[in-house]
Design a protein around this ligand. Structure first.
Ligand code: GTP
Ligand code: MG
Length: 152
């Protein structure tokens, strides 16, 4: 089953949205296989967002993401990378559809409450950056045979 990396950014934690956001992922049928609360160092933040290092917003992004603890998650499910990006919504919350996490809870690109990996390559890299293999759990949910069509 496909895994992706999700991070509830500092504003999500500080606005007490953790439960609501996790509920949306769980209710869709996705499974949490790893979770960790941490305050990211500047080094880790710069590594995580390395693709943006030459962007004008990079320093603000690093300040934001290191300003308070985040909740890092590994989420598992069929097509979870594309699916979580849809559930999260557009980068600019002003353009995010209502019903998406950013479209319902955020207003500003620089405070968009959640990160989700954008490709299989990013997911693999980001999961490795935040978790050791022994921190990721392989287990079965009893309702998996209801959520997924058997043999599909
Ligand atoms: P992530 O899931 O956090 O990677 O967001 P994304 O994939 O939807 O967007 P992208 O990777 O392009 O940008 C990473 C993060 O940088 C965004 O989520 C924003 O927090 C921030 N960011 C992107 N563009 C801007 C911008 O134009 N201004 C500001 N202030 N922040 C930006
Ligand atoms: Mg991104």
């Amino acid at each position: 089953m496909e895994r992706t990396f999700i991070m509830l950014k500092p504003d999500a934690i500080q606005r007490r949205l953790t439960g609501k956001i996790i509920t949306r992922l769980e209710e869709r049928g996705l499974k949490i296989v790893a979770a960790k609360m941490l305050q990211i160092t500047r080094e880790l933040a710069m590594e995580h967002y390395q693709e943006h290092k030459n962007k004008p917003f990079f320093n603000n992004l690093i300040d934001y993401i290191t300003s308070a603890p985040v909740l890092a998650l590994v989420i598992e499910g069929e097509n979870s990378i594309k699916l979580t990006r849809k559930i999260v919504g557009a980068t600019n919350p002003q353009e995010a559809d209502p019903g998406t996490i950013r479209g319902d809870f955020a207003l500003h690109t620089g405070r968009n409450i959640i990160h989700a990996s954008d490709s299989p390559k990013s997911a693999e890299r980001e999961i490795k950056l935040f978790f050791n293999e022994d921190e990721i759990y392989d287990y079965t949910m009893p309702d998996e045979k209801i959520i997924y069509e058997p043999g599909d």
